[in-house]
Design a protein around this ligand. Structure first.
Ligand SMILES: NC(=O)c1ccc[n+]([C@@H]2O[C@H](COP(=O)([O-])OP(=O)(O)OC[C@H]3O[C@@H](n4cnc5c(N)ncnc54)[C@H](O)[C@@H]3O)[C@@H](O)[C@H]2O)c1
Length: 368
């Protein structure tokens, strides 16, 4: 059979299969968490449609996703704040649900520019929810509205104790965390007013690491606000030393303690959350963390051990909004979703480092 005819058949087979696979809208799907979630969804036989404006991601990620999963990527380039656009996307793709990750996430920037965060995060959520309301309510052929929302451990504010369970009081210590809290409260109100909604709220702890292919990973703009990309950029020579924010917290070594979770485990959490909402129709809120706390200096040591790279660091002043300790009790996610984190801190360090080595300048490096 001529090659062209064979390719033609393959293309039509793909179109048929991809048309049959249930679709999910993945807002922010080109970002760090979204790209890894995209791969896990495809592996689970779900066809994600990415909606992203690339405000904090690189278009090259789309080719990388096609490379990893072996099929073209459905992309809707645009702003989640543009409600008519979101409605149009929902009508054209008729997804079985939405995973909402699009938004701004830098705590420090949110302290300096709170209005930007209220507008992008809260405004984005309102736009999406109203678009979903218009398309899915009253419940018709498309089914009841289904949403998985990326919340954050920041909604616990400064927790009185650790580990943190989901029924701890909610609070916030910075405008970014405030936006997540307001969105959670909005979702509570929507659910109370319209019980048809099925909503899974995922409170992420601290994602780290990269896909084992090293084709996708964390690629922040400017100086990284998160520890792992900061470490890898120091190790590769892009930054002179690591700045450790605060050495006088009431923790064993004085540095902040966090619950680092491998990005692959976190991405898996979205697939099981989606399945649980579809299976039971019951809304829920769960922590996605490992249940283990590591200090900044623990992570530095694990990174040096896993990679053999020296990481010079300096202890500087505390950062506004940071708390001493924050780690999850992840038992509800296990009981409700059958989900638990499987990867170790050493794997997070090794995978993050492999990504950085293959992509010294992130996606701007070109083909990995
Ligand atoms: N990474 C973390 O440590 C962490 C922790 C807890 C919660 N979260 C939340 O998870 C979500 C994803 O985080 P991430 O680390 O992947 O961030 P990211 O910045 O890598 O990804 C966010 C994506 O959303 C896109 N986006 C931003 N505003 C948009 C808009 N108005 N319209 C369309 N697209 C838009 C960006 O271009 C980017 O691709 C965010 O909501 C974040 O608050 C992240």
């Amino acid at each position: 059979m001529p090659l062209v005819a064979f390719a033609h058949i393959l293309f039509h087979l793909y179109k048929k299969v991809s048309h049959q696979a249930p679709r999910i809208l993945l807002t922010g799907g080109a970002g760090y968490i979204g790209s890894h979630t995209f791969v896990k969804l495809r592996e689970a036989g779900i066809e994600p449609v990415i909606l992203d404006n690339f405000a904090n991601s690189h278009p090259a990620v789309v080719d990388r996703l096609a490379q990893i999963t072996g099929a073209p990527v459905l992309l809707e380039r645009g702003d989640v704040l543009d409600q008519p656009f979101v409605e149009d996307v929902l009508r054209r793709h008729a997804p079985a649900g939405v995973i909402h990750l699009a938004g701004d996430k830098a705590v420090g920037e949110s302290v300096a520019q709170p209005l930007k965060y209220f507008r992008s995060n809260i405004g984005g959520a309102i736009s999406l929810l109203q678009a979903m309301e218009a398309v899915y309510l009253p419940v018709g052929a498309l089914g009841a509205p289904l949403l998985v929302f990326s919340s954050s451990a920041t909604v616990y504010g400064d927790p009185a104790t650790v580990p943190i369970t989901e029924d701890f009081p909610r609070g916030h210590t910075d405008p970014y965390g405030h936006t997540k809290l307001v969105i959670e409260e909005m979702l509570d109100a929507v659910r109370a007013a319209q019980p048809a909604w099925r909503i899974g709220v995922l409170r992420y702890f601290n994602p780290a690491g990269a896909h084992p292919s090293a084709l996708i990973g964390e690629d922040p703009n400017g100086t990284p606000a998160n520890l792992m990309p900061y470490l890898t950029q120091v190790a590769i020579g892009r930054l002179p030393h690591l700045r450790v924010f605060g050495g006088d917290y009431p923790t064993p070594d004085g540095t902040g303690v966090r619950d680092y979770i491998h990005i692959q485990d976190l991405a898996d959490g979205h697939v099981v959350a989606l399945r649980a909402l579809q299976r039971t129709g019951e809304s829920f809120t769960v922590n996605l963390g490992t249940g283990r706390g590591y200090s900044v200096l623990d992570v530095v040591k694990a990174f040096v051990d896993a990679t053999g790279r020296p990481v010079p660091y300096r202890i500087v002043d505390r950062r506004p909004g940071d708390v001493a300790q924050c780690y999850a009790d992840p038992s509800r996610a296990k009981a409700l979703l059958g989900w638990e984190a499987r990867h170790t801190l050493e794997q997070m360090c090794a995978d993050a480092w492999r990504w950085q080595q293959r992509n010294p300048q992130g996606y701007a490096t070109g083909a990995a």
